[in-house]
Design a protein around this ligand. Structure first.
Ligand code: FES
Length: 180
């Protein structure tokens, strides 16, 4: 037995090559090969994933801007706050209008504050940074840069419910006329 065979007891008998594989393990050559295959797989998978993602449209699913808010009987004289849509619907006799409750500063929800001496008997106050709006939505105090939004109202043809259309801004003098 040569001295090299003595230093490598795992020497293979038949073809004269050495088997450096630890018992039950993987050879160095096998390990390097596996790593190469893994790298190749990764190199193929990343562009494939990116091209798959590119066929999926970038769609933002926003809530509908036009929706029913209830039968006309829900809206008696005065204002009704509809929290899920963050808006007020006001009825004055046979006319109705809708004012958004989203503060024009940073989007907090304004609250209706009854103030007898105020024009209209109430104002809108923002709890976040103190902006104030008159009953017609005009900003007059605090950091709010513009008035509250107005939205169009209509009556549903199928069931007579009131519809708010937030996709259609309204002038602050616009009113929906209803017959009671
Ligand atoms: S969010 Fe209303 S005052 Fe700032």
């Amino acid at each position: 037995m040569s001295s090299s065979e003595q230093e490598n007891p795992a020497a293979e008998a038949g073809d004269g090559k050495y088997d450096l594989t630890p018992e039950g393990g993987i050879s160095r050559r096998g390990f390097v090969g596996s790593m190469g295959l893994a790298a190749l797989g990764l190199a193929c998978a990343i562009p494939a994933a990116m091209s798959f993602r590119s066929v999926i449209p970038n769609v933002l699913y926003e809530p509908p801007q036009r929706f029913k808010v209830g039968p006309l009987e829900r809206f008696t004289e005065g204002g009704v706050f509809i929290s899920e849509h963050r808006l007020f619907v006001f009825r004055e006799g046979e006319t109705m209008h809708c004012i958004g409750a989203v503060c024009s500063h940073l989007g907090c929800t304004v609250q209706l504050a009854k103030i007898p001496e105020a024009d209209g008997g109430f104002e809108f106050h923002c709890p976040c940074h103190g902006s104030m709006f008159r009953a017609d939505g005009t900003n007059f105090a605090g950091p709010a840069p513009r008035p509250l939004d107005y939205y169009m109202l209509e009556i549903a043809a199928d069931d007579g419910q009131l519809i708010v259309d937030k996709s259609r801004p309204a002038d602050k003098l616009w009113r929906l006329t209803v017959r009671s």
